[in-house]
Write a protein that binds this ligand. Structure first.
Ligand SMILES: Cc1cc2nc3c(=O)[nH]c(=O)nc-3n(C[C@H](O)[C@H](O)[C@H](O)COP(=O)(O)OP(=O)(O)OC[C@H]3O[C@@H](n4cnc5c(N)ncnc54)[C@H](O)[C@@H]3O)c2cc1C
Length: 571
């Protein structure tokens, strides 16, 4: 079976990107979308990684024609009395698919563009087609129950992708969703008539501002439409019932001085909307004949605007997985293992990043209950043991492989230091170049620390290669690759590596040497550019540790890693 029949539930970004990718790979795809497009969706601020995927799927011209607001960065007024902090997407355009910006979009229009493009290329799209049941009991295929035009259909296919978002019929049917107690939040938002208040390097940025009750997003969506949302504790639901959504929104927004200052007397021009169901993840993201993509699989707090990117990335991965299994059924288990791991680790990286930022802010908002409740502390045993991702993160702390709780807080602090503005207020006077000093200081400190490593220790006796996969950038096919591991099962999945590189690390396992020596040997193995990055990733994975000439452990504070911003190669 090379050409498969695939049913996709939902025509949001996950569904459309999966359809576009599967169609490119030569499969026969039908999308069942419950509503009729255009339909409203929150999630307006994108990441460069999504631009990259869409460019490689051939949508660049279509996107350019929309004249979206260009988003160069995300700016945070993060914590009381702190200077603003900017995460800039600036990056050299080394390839057409590397982007130094993202865009802000009206999701009604953006989602419709993607779905229409899939339809125009030959994907069958049924709107007002509500999938009510997914029968995955057959080993060789799937049957849906779909309500469409007053009729009940039972289409059969070889595979199903559930991209139905928070309402995913399959995740609900399987009962595999776990809700995360840490982010007991909800969002309430509306729109204002207002031009982007800033010119220059802040123009188009997404602002996030903390205040006593939570945080606020401010997004220049288009022309003179400004999206302004509040993320607050779920305990406030009682107040919403008491005051009504409109009054709750107005009175809570008024508490955020930073937002009030930017909004001035701009008129609110739309209704107030609320979303509850917060962070969750499915136990399993795929098996046998089904894949969960986008919000159907997992969702976390939107602080870093990652939702559409995770949706698009998981959609590409699921499509490439189906294509691989269709060509060789015997690989099914290995491919599912890869899909589950890739998507879950992308999601967990965001989770880690968020927890770090929430913890950081909690120290700058000492009197706020919202922030205190979200601080991860050493005494927070129950939370730490419940969160497997955090256990993994904190677990290696004792011998320095992982991250301790205090240094967890420091990681957000490191990121913030690199992007900190030189003046307290937000103003057009800000320029990207202002950040160069801190960047240079950080890189030179990192280099100094790495260079002080005179002895690197490989964890275990053996450097091994183990099978893994990678989605090819341009063909979108899932290709077998190998990653570095040890005999105890630790591995590093971010870079596929080859035998020559493995040998370098086997030499290290047998006879310790220093950082500079390693970089030289890696260069010899063809890794001119990513040597340092490899070392940092291997340290994060617990495979490498470094010691200085006095025998003291050298702790290297890398940036927090998270996908979608073009720092490293991603799907
Ligand atoms: C408050 C808030 C703010 C956010 N801000 C951002 C942001 O700034 N940037 C960002 O990238 N993300 C943001 N997100 C997240 C983003 O909205 C989602 O991650 C994204 O929409 C996920 O895409 P998706 O395709 O998985 O799901 P969706 O966009 O929800 O699409 C799912 C589709 O499936 C259809 N469907 C559902 N059930 C069925 C069924 N049974 N049969 C047929 N069709 C069905 C739905 O009608 C829908 O069209 C935010 C989310 C929230 C809650």
């Amino acid at each position: 079976m090379a050409r498969s029949k695939v049913s996709i539930i939902g025509g949001g970004p996950a569904g459309s990107v999966a359809a576009l990718t599967l169609h490119k790979l030569g499969h026969d795809v039908t999308v069942y979308e419950r509503s009729r497009f255009p339909r409203y969706r929150i999630g307006e601020s994108l990441l460069p990684g999504t631009m990259s995927i869409l460019q490689r799927l051939g949508l660049q011209e279509k996107l350019d024609a929309q004249n979206y607001v260009k988003k160069p960065s995300a700016t945070f007024l993060w914590g009381q009395d702190q200077a603003p902090w900017t995460f800039s997407f600036a990056a050299p355009k080394v390839a057409p698919w590397v982007f130094d910006h993202a865009v802000q979009v009206d999701r009604r229009q953006f989602d419709q563009l993607l779905l229409e493009e899939a339809r125009n290329r030959g994907v069958t799209v049924l709107e007002e087609a509500n999938v009510t049941e997914v029968d995955i009991s057959r080993p060789d295929g799937v049957t849906l129950t779909v309500r469409h035009n007053g009729e009940t259909l039972h289409p059969e296919s070889d595979f199903v992708i559930d991209a139905g978002g928070a309402n995913s019929p399959l995740a609900r049917q399987l009962g595999v969703r776990r809700y995360d107690e840490f982010y007991k939040n909800f969002a309430i938002w509306s729109y204002f008539t207002m031009k982007d208040p800033f010119e220059g390097d802040l123009k188009g940025t997404t602002y996030s501002i903390t205040f006593e009750d939570g945080w606020v997003w401010m997004i220049p969506v288009k022309d003179d439409v400004y999206s302004v949302g509040l993320v607050v504790d779920r305990d406030k639901a009682g107040e919403v019932r008491e005051l009504g959504a409109d009054e709750f929104y107005r009175s809570t927004l008024a508490k955020c001085a930073g937002a009030v200052e930017i909004l001035g007397d701009a008129p609110q021009v739309d209704e107030v909307r609320i979303v509850h169901d917060w962070s969750y993840e499915a136990e399993s993201f795929s098996a046998d004949r089904y894949f969960l993509c986008g919000d159907a699989a997992c969702f976390t707090d939107p602080l870093f605007s990652q939702g559409v990117h995770l949706a698009s990335q998981s959609a590409v991965c699921a499509a490439a997985s189906i294509d691989r299994i269709a060509r060789d059924e015997a690989e099914s288990q290995a491919v599912h293992a890869w899909y589950n791991r890739t998507y879950r680790s992308a999601y967990e990286e965001y989770h880690e990043f968020l927890a770090s930022f929430y913890t950081y802010a909690s120290f700058t908002e000492p009197d706020s209950e919202f922030w205190r409740k979200r601080r991860i502390t050493e005494s927070d045993d129950e939370r730490l043991s419940r969160r497997t991702w955090f256990e993994k993160l904190a677990g290696g702390g004792a011998d320095g492989n992982g991250v301790t709780v205090p240094n967890f807080h420091d990681r957000a602090a490191t990121m913030i230091t690199i992007g900190k503005h030189q003046r307290k207020g937000l103003s057009d006077e800000f320029s990207e170049e202002e950040l160069n000093g801190a960047r240079v200081r950080w890189i030179s400190d990192l280099t100094k620390r790495l260079n002080s490593i005179t002895r690197l220790r490989w964890s275990g006796d053996k450097a091994l290669l183990k099978p893994y996969y990678r989605v090819d950038r341009t063909t979108f096919r899932l290709e077998p690759r190998e990653i570095l591991a040890n005999e105890e099962g630790l591995d590093m999945a971010h870079y596929p590596l080859d035998e020559e590189t493995r040998q370098v690390f086997q030499e290290l396992a047998e006879e310790e040497f220093g950082y500079r020596d390693l970089i030289k040997r890696l260069r010899g193995a063809g890794h001119q550019e990513i040597g340092t990055q490899l070392v940092l990733r291997l340290m994060e994975a617990g495979l490498l540790s470094g010691y200085d000439k006095n025998g003291d452990r050298v702790i290297v504070q890398g940036r927090l890693h998270f996908g979608g911003v073009g720092v490293e190669y991603e799907v």
